[in-house]
Design a protein around this ligand. Sequence first.
Ligand code: OMP
Length: 271
Amino acid sequence: MTTQELTTQIKKKNSFLCIGLDVDLNKIPKHLLDSKDPIFEFNKAIIDATHHLCVAYKPNTAFYEAYGIKGWQALEKTIQYLNYNHPEIFTIADAKRGDIGNTSTMYAKAFFEDLAFDSVTVAPYMGKDSVEPFLAFKNKHTIMLALTSNKGAFDFQTLSVNNNELYKQVLETSKSWENSENLMYVVGATKAEYFAEIRKIVPNNFLLVPGVGAQGGNLQEVCKYGMSENVGLLINSSRGTIYASKNKDFAQAAALDALELQEQMKAILNK
Ligand code: OMP
C-alpha cells in the first residue's frame, strides 16, 4: 500500500485510528477460551466490529509469539483475514526487529513476503545496514522507533550526541538512507510536547503514535503539533479499545471505544 492510498482511506473514513491487536488470553472473555483458536476468534470479532472506524491494525507479535506455534498460526490467520476481507486497511507487524544485513533481510521476508504485512516496526540501534534491507521492499513501510512512549525513552533517546538529541539524530540520519521514502517513525503520544520539533525534521513522514488510552497520552495535543499536510498520523489504541469489556459484548464495546476516538478524529480533520 502507498502512503497516498493510506491518506485517501484516512479522508474517506475520517479516521487515523490504528487498533492494536495485543491479545492476552488472560484478558479476553472466558467463553472464547472454549473455541479452537481463541486468539483468532477474538481478533475476528474485533475486526468485524471496528473495521469501518479505523485505517490500520497493529498486532504486536509478542502477544502471538508468547503462545508458540498456535500463536503464530493465529497471527497468520489474522493477517490473511484482514488482507482478504479488508485489503484497503494498513497492517503493521509490531515486531521491533533489526539485525545485521542478511538477518534483517530474512526478518523483512518473514513480515513482508510470507505474512504480507504492509509494514513492520524496526529498532534503529544497529544503524543503516540493519534498516535498509527492510526499506528495499517496494510499497512496504519500515516504522522506525524515534521517541518511544515509555519512561525509559529518556535513558538513551534524549541524550545529547553531537549537540543533538539522539532521537533527532536518528530522524536526520535516516533521511539519507536508500529508499528512505518508505520510512515512518514511532513517536509516543505521551511525548506530545516533542511533536513540533519532530515535524521540523520530518515534515511529511507518517508517525505511528502509540500511548493514548491505557498509557494516558493526549490525542488533541498530539494532533495540534504532529499533524502534517497529508495528516501523517496513525494513532494507536490497543488495551483501551480491545478490552473495553470482558463480557460477551466485548466487540460492541470495542466498537464504541473506537467510535469515540474516530469522532474526535473527525472533528479534528474537519476543523
Ligand atoms: P496500549 O498501551 O495497550 O494502547 O498498547 C500500546 C502498543 O503500542 C503496544 O503494542 C506497545 O508495544 C506499542 N508501543 C508502545 O506502547 N510504545 C512505543 O513507544 C512503541 C510502541 C509500538 O511500536 O507500537
